[in-house]
Design a protein around this ligand. Structure first.
Ligand code: MG
Length: 492
């Protein structure tokens, strides 16, 4: 390494022939190839994104939950960065996942709709092939890629992970509450005693690559089995750069845990589920250390949208934030986000704005790749912030609800154009006759409308939204395509 570094620091007027001779000599004695091999092992990081489902901002110990115990995630936050203003691209599953994997707001890929807010088992659409996923971007840089867990970007063969840049897939391809087996309607079903619900009530498939290997999937062991798959993938791919996308099916309702965690938390079944996910995180961190790749792996932990509040104690908590899943109030779209990469990430609490939209540009940049210039991106490369610099490329956030811009944030200020039920359901939007302005830095629970005090900020945000709209081109909605045009079963 030293030899090459000193070579690169030679004056630029050194004759090319002299450099060529030196490199040839090094290659001849075998030193060059050895040095390059060391460089690629240490300088091309592995990436793991862990994405939970419907977990709230307030559901981890390190984010303030008083009874759910998450020692592994807490440690990860203390050793890495805990972000406190980190947003998803949408307030429900499918569009949120499309945003994370493409770095583009779902309005650009057709992965949002006002009629069908997510994909269902009767959906005929999915993430278009023209979109470039993180996995596809990293394949360009020589990465081995795996998706484990919930997909929810199209379950038909052409939309599955193995056709979207992932070398392998193991998981349930949509929400774990779909394919309901009951004479009751979806909401009626949930009125019955939750104690009588079993995994047989949800005929969801478990897939390996493009093949169904179990149906209904036994959800009581799903977190454990996703974890085993993840640990095996790390062990098998430790010698080369890898990207693992682990999207837990839980804590989306129906809640299931393994026997090891049943009844063990102080927060009922929901707490048991989160504590099993925390155990899973610990197993992955342990595997990274044991395989000797922890110093060379960036791990990101976050969730796809806020807690599903209508399910009471089976839903999570947004902590001090207002609203939940199905809303673009802070509780619906601001998520816990922990970045861990020992030796590289500067440990800190980060209150700068970040988003899952930023993961594709950040990871692609860290891998040495470049974004294509043939499309609009809504994400930014956050690597400078991760490495401890007091700068940020992201000053704003646009909050969509389906195809409508519900609100927009610039700096500390969030301007609302719409209102809806803070519980998220029914989700009917109401266009505000008079917009609302909130200062999120001093009012994170969104209690005080200060619009009359800041007309200049309102104008600034309106101009920002108008400029954003200029960049959006209409595309076909993927979520409104239905096989045989039948009505959907299940819910979001
Ligand atoms: Mg979700």
């Amino acid at each position: 390494m030293k030899q090459l570094n000193s070579l690169y620091s030679y004056p630029s007027n050194l004759k090319a022939s002299a450099i060529g001779l030196l490199l040839w000599t090094l290659a001849f004695i075998g030193g060059f190839s050895e040095v390059k091999a060391q460089e690629s092992n240490t300088e091309t990081p592995n990436f793991i994104i862990i994405f939970t489902d419907d977990q709230g901002y307030g559901d981890l110990g390190v984010y303030g939950h008083p009874t759910i115990k998450t020692p592994n995630l807490d440690r990860m936050a203390f050793e890495g960065q805990k972000w406190t203003n980190f947003y998803v691209a949408a307030n429900v599953c499918t569009p949120s996942r499309a945003g994370l994997l493409t770095g583009r707001l779902p309005i650009r890929s057709g992965m949002c709709s006002d009629k069908r807010r997510v994909l269902f088992p009767d959906s005929d659409g999915g993430l278009p092939q023209s979109e470039i996923t993180i996995a596809e971007a990293l394949k360009e840089e020589g990465y081995t890629t795996a998706a484990i867990g919930k997909w929810h970007l199209g379950h038909l063969p052409q939309y599955l992970p193995t056709n979207q840049g992932f070398d392998s897939y193991y998981g349930i391809p949509y929400s774990n509450d779909m394919d309901l087996v009951s004479d009751l309607g979806y909401m009626e079903f949930w009125q019955q005693s939750v104690d009588s619900i079993t995994t047989d009530n949800f005929n969801v498939p478990l897939m390996r690559d493009t093949t169904i290997i179990e149906r209904p999937a036994d959800q009581t062991t799903i977190t454990k089995r996703y974890t085993q798959e993840a640990v095996k993938f790390i062990s098998e791919n430790k010698e080369k750069p890898f990207f693992l996308y682990l999207a837990h099916s839980l804590p989306h309702i129906p809640l299931f845990v393994s026997d090891d965690f049943k009844g063990t938390s102080d927060r009922g079944l929901y707490g048991d589920v989160i504590e099993e996910i925390d155990w899973s995180m610990g197993e992955i961190m342990k595997a990274l250390k044991e395989e000797g790749v922890d110093q060379n792996t960036l791990v990101v932990f976050t969730s796809d949208n806020g807690p599903w509040l209508i399910f009471g104690e089976h839903g999570g908590s947004a902590g001090l934030l207002h609203g939940g899943k199905g809303t673009s109030y802070e509780g619906g779209v601001r998520e816990p986000a922990i970045f861990w990469w020992p030796g590289t990430i500067e440990p800190a609490v980060i209150s700068k704005i970040g988003s899952t939209l930023d993961l594709l540009p950040t990871l692609t940049g860290l891998a040495g790749g470049q974004l294509p210039d043939d499309r609009e991106y809504d994400g930014y490369d956050l690597s400078a912030v991760l490495k401890g610099q007091d700068v940020t490329p992201r000053e704003d956030m646009i909050y969509y609800h389906g195809t409508n811009i519900f609100a927009a944030r610039k700096g500390d200020y969030k301007l609302y154009f719409y209102a809806n039920n803070p519980l998220g359901y029914p989700a009917n939007l109401e266009k505000l006759e008079k917009y609302k302005l909130i200062n999120l830095a001093i009012d994170p629970s969104e209690k005080e409308d200060i619009i009359d005090e800041h007309p200049e900020i309102v104008k600034e945000i309106e101009a920002m939204v108008a400029a954003h709209k200029q960049t959006v081109e209409p595309v076909e909605s993927q979520l409104e395509k239905v096989i045989g045009q039948t009505e959907a079963a299940g819910n979001q």
